[in-house]
Design a protein around this ligand. Structure first.
Ligand SMILES: Nc1nc2c(c(=O)[nH]1)N=C([C@H](O)[C@H](O)COP(=O)(O)OP(=O)(O)OP(=O)(O)O)CN2
Ligand SMILES: [Zn+2]
Length: 135
């Protein structure tokens, strides 16, 4: 039986929803208040789910300390207290919940090594979240 273990993390970051592919007027039309040129911030909640068998000796799927080490080094240090629009991955992409979640998924998939990544879920506000499942 495969078990799924979820760990929750938090980070704060600012962004502006804006794309060079649209005019200034179209950006205001599409993104509304989120196109504010001065940006705005969010307290993001990140859920990382890893999966595997529960080891009979340790009783663990994986050691959460190992998951924490990767998430802290590759995600929290990269995104916490940052202006997302200044990061290289968002020079062409709009830093929406969707695109940030996809970016985090790819970074974790590359760096969790033998720890199997099942899902990444990102809450931008109490009203919206997005998740990427490793099919
Ligand atoms: N598909 C998406 N739509 C929107 C996203 C997104 O990431 N994907 N993001 C935003 C903004 O970031 C906005 O700040 C979050 O939306 P909103 O719910 O309006 O924010 P609040 O909950 O803080 O809004 P209040 O009106 O202050 O309650 C918009 N759309
Ligand atoms: Zn926002």
């Amino acid at each position: 039986m495969k078990a799924h273990l979820t760990r929750r993390y938090w980070f704060v970051a600012s962004h502006r929803l804006h794309t060079p592919r649209l005019s200034e007027a179209e950006n205001r039309e599409v993104y509304g208040k989120c196109n504010n040129p001065f940006g705005h911030g969010h307290n993001y909640a990140l859920e990382v789910t890893v999966g595997g068998q529960v080891a009979p000796d340790t009783g663990m799927v994986y050691n959460l300390a190992d998951v924490d080490r990767v998430v802290r080094k590759h995600i929290l240090e990269r995104y916490d207290h940052q202006n997302l629009n200044c990061l290289k991955e968002f020079q062409e992409l709009v830093p929406t919940t969707e695109n940030l979640c996809l970016a985090i998924f790819e970074i974790l998939k590359r760096n969790l090594a033998e720890i199997h990544l099942d899902k990444v879920r990102l809450e931008e506000t109490s009203q919206n979240s997005f998740e990427v499942v490793n099919e």
